[in-house]
Design a protein around this ligand. Structure first.
Ligand code: MEV
Length: 334
């Protein structure tokens, strides 16, 4: 192996799901976009036998993980943190087993402004940024397709059920139409999109638990749930047309319909449903939960009234962000 580089810094963006989450994990379609919240990874060499992984301001309260001879020394036992760390441990195993990387004498720092476990693809952004950083640090020259594929593989291993949506879009950036039935991964030629308001709501359950919840419903009522997925697939197709025509009123209406179908799959909650109906009353174009649900994230389309919406809704939610589309996927920071 070529000797490692000295210092690498990379980043990758969050992903907001416009239409199609959950259905896409069962082979249907979705439209989603990269937004300008990012996870940053720094890798540097240190003069130690062990490696240190530091998770700074990402809700893990400066968690430090030591790693030596295949053993992790985790300094927390909180369940949700253990779940989040599974993505990281699985990726470490992939690099050791498939690329023969020996992790010793490095310090990896993770910093992010993407809320974790909230439906904004924080795990995909983390995986994509870290995979790119390791590829550069160990001179593996992985291309973007390989990075997206590795990250999808990790999500699938951790969650059991997953789609390549988040990992593809975090790696490549932009707005994507993905149709798994026809194997279409199309980066849409869209350079500007109205600002998306992101509302962060306390979440019940991890992505893994929520995708399994939908899968259990599908086992119980296969025809009913397949038909809901098919309707979501139709929303995606309609949504694609509306996007091509810059018809944001139509996109907003479809967002509301998609939300209620997600709610019927059991992945919304009372608070999200209440907030979304309230937003409809105050005149936003569209709103829906985004991602696995259970709370997490509501995305809101309200061109021209972003500040107004944020002011009204702030007391009811954990955090609000006003975000923009980014066409930049995983990238070097220096
Ligand atoms: C999670 O961000 C989106 C889901 O559709 C799962 C996936 O596609 O992997 C719920």
């Amino acid at each position: 192996m070529v000797s490692p580089a000295k210092l690498i810094k990379t980043s990758a963006p969050a992903v907001a799901k416009l239409f199609g989450e959950h259905a896409i994990a069962h082979g249907y379609s979705a439209i989603a976009l990269a937004i300008d919240l990012r996870t940053y990874i720094t890798v540097r060499k240190i003069n130690q036998e062990y490696s240190i992984f530091q998770f700074k301001n990402i809700g893990l309260s400066k968690l430090v993980v030591q790693y030596k001879n295949g053993k992790f020394n985790l300094i927390t036992l909180r369940k949700n943190i253990q779940e989040e760390l599974k993505y990281f441990i699985t990726l470490i195993n992939v690099f050791e087993n498939e690329f023969n990387v020996k992790f010793s004498g490095i310090e990896v720092t993770v910093e992010s402004n993407i809320p974790i476990n909230s439906g904004l693809a924080s795990s995909a952004a983390f995986l994509s940024s870290l995979t790119y950083a390791f590829s550069k640090f160990y001179n593996l020259s992985l291309d973007l397709d390989s990075i997206a594929k590795i990250c999808y593989g990790v999500e699938k291993l951790v969650q059991g059920i997953a789609s390549p949506m988040d990992t593809t879009i975090s790696t490549f950036g932009g707005v994507y139409y993905i149709n798994l039935k026809e194997n279409i991964f199309q980066k849409l030629n869209i350079t500007s999109f109205p600002k998306l308001i992101i509302l962060q709501i306390d979440r019940e359950g991890t992505t893994k638990e929520l995708v399994h919840k939908v899968n259990n419903l599908k086992q119980k009522y296969p025809d009913v749930v397949e038909n809901i997925f098919k309707t979501i697939h139709e929303i995606v197709n309609q949504g694609l047309k509306c996007l091509e025509e810059n018809n944001f009123e139509c996109i907003g209406n479809l967002m509301f319909i998609n939300h209620h179908l997600l709610s019927s799959l059991g992945v919304s909650n009372e608070k999200c449903d209440f907030i979304i109906e309230y937003l409809r009353k105050i005149g936003v174009l569209g709103a829906k939960i985004s991602g696995a649900g259970g709370g997490g994230t509501i995305i809101v389309l309200a061109p021209g009234m972003e500040e107004h919406v944020c002011k009204f809704i702030k007391p009811y939610v954990r955090n609000v962000y006003i975000t923009n589309l980014t066409n930049i996927g995983v990238r070097d920071e220096y």
